[in-house]
Design a protein around this ligand. Structure first.
Ligand code: URA
Length: 297
């Protein structure tokens, strides 16, 4: 009978786990990929495809969020002419994203625009573009951070371990994927699930904001600190932002859209003691939706 020496088996297992944690499982080709060449090609496409000033959509009026009783609305980011700035700069990528996102008139057009967008280098290392899941007619829209390994493999948001906890929290308030709509600020997985950089967030945020404007939910839930800070344009962490009422002003919407921030399920898996606060948040979310749908007496 063959016996396996446990020492090399444990070492191989530890090495495989380490690879998975750092995103090496995305290297699924037979030959090595030159990501520097991929990034250079993306940059060249960006240069070639950049819109001329005349092609740009109008500047979003008053785009930004405000926290009730807190500081004044953030001034709208001045709209840069994508053709007039360095195409490699984060400002240029964000300007290009604003232009392409603003031109999308439907979810299908937005998805197409995101898939065609080469202004975020994460696209080069991701296996899939993760657009959305759930019901686009839902009154509740959840916006997470970015796909993880499982989401990247399957092309759907929140289908890994934290997604399963999210599903349980939704179930606790009588919801499931048929009655919510789910997306992320970033449609591409950061390698090894690292935190996205400010430049990556800035390059993808215009698509997320347009996504919200096209869905027109009654309530947006920012799931986790990256989403809350990006959507609300606030510097504080999630422990300060969660559980507070805020609104988001988006072009194309009749009025300010309520936004509620809560903990990310991945954080709750690491810090189960915080589930008590999260439970309070989800009850509050259910209450806000209930109030919005009940007829005014
Ligand atoms: N975490 C997120 O923020 N989004 C996902 O889709 C999965 C994990």
């Amino acid at each position: 009978m063959t016996t396996i020496d446990p020492t090399p088996a444990a070492a191989i297992s530890a090495l495989a786990t380490w690879y998975v944690e750092w995103g090496v499982e995305t290297a699924t080709t037979d030959s090595p990929a030159d990501w520097y060449a991929a990034a250079a090609a993306a940059r060249d496409r960006l240069l070639r495809d950049r819109p001329r000033a005349a092609d740009s959509a109008p500047a979003p009026a008053g785009e930004g969020a405000r926290m009730r009783g807190a500081r004044a609305p953030a001034p709208a980011v001045p709209r840069a002419d994508p053709a007039a700035v360095d195409p490699l700069s984060p400002e240029s990528a964000a300007a290009l994203a604003r232009s392409h996102a603003g031109a999308a008139r439907s979810l299908a057009e937005l998805e197409q625009a995101i898939r065609a967008f080469d202004g975020c280098a994460l696209k080069a290392t991701a296996s899939n573009t993760v657009f959305a899941d759930g019901n686009p007619e839902a009154d509740l829209m959840l916006v997470g951070e970015a796909p993880g390994a499982e989401e990247d493999r399957r092309g759907l948001p929140f289908v890994g371990q934290s997604g399963r906890l999210l599903d349980r929290m939704l179930k606790a308030i009588g919801r499931d994927r048929g009655s919510v709509y789910i997306t992320n600020v970033l449609p591409w997985r950061p390698p090894g699930n690292r935190t996205p950089t400010p430049a990556e967030i800035a390059a993808c945020l215009p698509f997320a904001l347009r996504h919200i404007a096209l869905v027109r939910p009654k309530l947006v839930v920012a799931v986790g600190g990256v989403s809350a800070k990006a959507l609300l344009d606030r510097p504080e962490g999630i422990t300060r932002l969660r559980g507070r009422s805020a609104t988001l002003d988006l072009p194309g919407l009749a009025g300010p859209l309520p936004v509620f921030a809560t903990f990310h399920p991945a954080y709750l898996l690491r810090q189960p003691a915080q589930k008590r606060l999260a439970w309070g948040d989800w009850l509050r979310i259910a209450e806000i939706l209930e109030k919005q749908s009940s007829p005014v007496p």
